[in-house]
Design a binder for this molecule. Sequence first.
Ligand code: UD1
Length: 423
Amino acid sequence: MAKFIIKGGAELAGEISVKGAKNAVLPIMCATILAKGEFILNNVPNLSDVSTMVKLLEYLGLKVEKLNNDTYKIINNGLTSVEAPYELVSEMRASFTITGPLIGKEKRAKVAMPGGCALGARAVDQHLRAFEKMGVQVNTEHGFVNLDGNNLTGAEVDVEVTKLKIPSVGATENVMMAAVLASGQTIINNAAKEPEIVDLGNFLIKMGAKIEGLGSDKIIIIGVKELQACEYEIMPDRIEAGTYIIMSLITGGKVKIKNVNLSDLPGFIAKLEEMGVKFTQEENLLSVRGNINELKNTKIETAVHPGFPTDLQPQMMVLLSLIAGASEVNETIFSNRFMLVPELDRMGAEIVVDERVANIKGEIKFSGAKVTATDIRAGVSLVLAALIADNTTEINNIHFIERGYEDLVSRLKLLGANIERVD
Ligand code: UD1
């Protein structure tokens, strides 16, 4: 099993570029099912999740060619299957987002139930409830969802996760992709507003879809008869950007970050500014200033966009552990997001979890230890802590980190980090 060995304390300086957004490219790749022809996708990140999506598209009969490091050609000459197998859906839950385009284009789909994942039970009930409202027959048996969309029509649907009172990102995307070719009008109430949804919507519009209200909580889609293949550039990854912002802060501010859209991270940036962090952006290069000894401790509650993103909560726990005074993190979106805490505690953090709230003692010093990544963001948070820890940290299960961060080892090395990937 591969692992990262990181010797902490190296001075980091230089530039690091943010790559294309994982959570935008995955649904956009799914959407290439919706039209025959040749698609060109630019700014595609080199991630294992993208490779999993390539496998899924190829399984369904599409051809995928990598033209260069971040450009893919996807050729759709018609599908040969409408089944998303267990191996691919269980490897990556985002594979379930293939369901909407399959129903939209082929009027049927057989997709493995995603099952559990490192972040806790992640149900798809809202996806299925919305499809049923659109006239789709849904049957679940032997671990698969069978969907018959022969009577698919536009409808008014709601994608709010009732128990959490938040919209589902994945369900919003799935419904959008089912609706673009459905007859009539679809209204998505309580739609998710995340920038990746806007990126998917813009891609669909470029294909010829009629969509209004992107980025608001009411998306209106008028079904069209046919869509066309197109060329599209994926938005920069705002979670990767936020991760590097925290990296720059905890390592003294000499790392500058390229390709950041600060407007995609309002909740995160506002929180850091409230703590005393200052940002300056010159010609696509972001500088982050804030002395760890002077930043204010704080309380954070994760929320849907434009609030504080759950995908930056674990990295933030590393920062808050360094700042004087106690801080508090309330995780409202994913039940298992604190699996990172025992690992960070092994490295010297003092975090106590009470159900959904983590109480963080500040001003600790991280010390190198053997630790294990439990999901993508938990994994990269261990990397952050390791970069400033005394001594050496060994991070296991790094396949999680490689799902979301392209070529992290060589890019951190270029900044001066003492990091190796060993098999
Ligand atoms: C997406 C992102 C993920 C991010 C999350 C929240 C991708 C590939 N992943 O995940 O990185 O952390 O949004 O911003 O884009 N839920 C239900 N029933 C449903 C759907 C969701 O109970 O039918 C629950 C989930 O278990 C979770 C919460 O609602 O607790 C939010 O899920 P959702 O917004 O759907 O997130 P994803 O689309 O899975």
